[in-house]
Design a protein around this ligand. Structure first.
Ligand code: SF4
Length: 287
């Protein structure tokens, strides 16, 4: 098993300027067993032969603990799983994410977990995570368990939804992360907005699909709505995003994570409940 060395990074540029949590700690790298066909990380690393989906590299946990102690302080929030999923199946054996959270708890540092796995809601992780420090976003991209297997090898969506509801009812700061939101799946009958709108969760975060040459090659959908070019990616125009966003109903809070500068301004002004934090995390940290 290779060691993943570049596990700690503060993202800069277009994305870093918009994101309120640009500091990332990835417990697994250079590959992700979920192997999603629309994966941005894969599209940036695969052509340089730096991506191995079946055998990702794993951090040295002692180095992670030292890095946390040296670079983060009480009250910070670090993002776990920004580049690859920190709850991919490897975690069951290596427990690198588990031991990272242990250290973050010790240092009173918050953590934003982004995952497509229901492992985060297993009893041992729920007992480990502190409600004042943990912020969890579980990603859902369609509502059809069999269709999902065609383009991502993560936990089936029905189980992800059950995990969201378990965390919500236990009082965690949890969000359904509809990311990427692919409205083309609605027509196809594999993204049922009735199911999404019925998820028992207070908060939803939406991030629309953006496409580059590699993703377009691997992920076969109808791209006729994707006509807006910016920074090497093709997006849907804002009017269409607004139209599709209106299909999301019933959540107490809806927020949009966005890459396109003009669209980001619009969501900030008109939609997002927290103008300074498009992740819309609950801030109740008290030590
Ligand atoms: S879970 Fe995330 S990092 Fe892993 S393959 Fe899918 S999109 Fe990429």
């Amino acid at each position: 098993m290779k060691e993943f060395q570049s596990f700690f990074k503060t993202v800069k540029g277009n994305e870093g300027n918009k994101c309120h949590y640009p500091t990332r700690l990835d417990t697994y790298g250079c590959g992700c067993q979920h192997d999603c066909k629309y994966c941005y990380a894969k599209s940036l690393l695969d052509f340089r032969k730096l991506w191995n989906a079946s055998e990702p590299s794993v951090v040295n946990i002692q180095k992670v603990h030292r890095t946390i102690r040296r670079n983060l302080k009480e009250g910070d929030i670090v993002r776990l799983g920004g580049m690859t999923d920190c709850f991919q199946p490897l975690e069951r054996h290596h427990r690198a994410t588990f031991h990272t959270i242990e250290e973050l708890n010790k240092q009173n540092i918050g953590y934003l977990i982004v995952t497509k796995s229901d492992m985060v809601a297993d009893d041992d992780y729920m007992a480990l995570m502190r409600k004042d420090l943990a912020h969890i976003q579980i990603t859902v991209t369609c509502t059809d368990d069999s269709f999902c297997r065609l383009y991502e090898k993560a936990t089936p969506p029905t189980k992800r939804i059950a995990a969201i509801e378990k965390l919500q009812s236990a009082g965690f700061d949890v969000q359904l992360r509809l990311s990427p939101y692919i409205p083309q799946f609605i027509e196809k009958g594999v993204l049922d907005m009735g199911i999404i709108n019925n998820v028992q969760c207070d908060k939803i975060l939406v991030e629309f699909l953006r496409v580059n040459t590699w993703i377009r090659k691997w992920f076969n959908i109808d791209y006729s709505d994707y006509t807006f070019n910016q920074s090497g990616y093709i997006h849907m125009p804002l009017e269409l995003k607004i139209k599709y966003l209106s299909l999301i109903k019933g959540f107490k809070e809806l927020t949009v994570c966005e890459d396109v500068s003009e669209h980001y301004d619009y969501w900030q002004r008109k939609v997002n409940p927290n103008r300074d934090d498009c992740c819309n995390l609950r801030k109740n940290m008290s030590f």
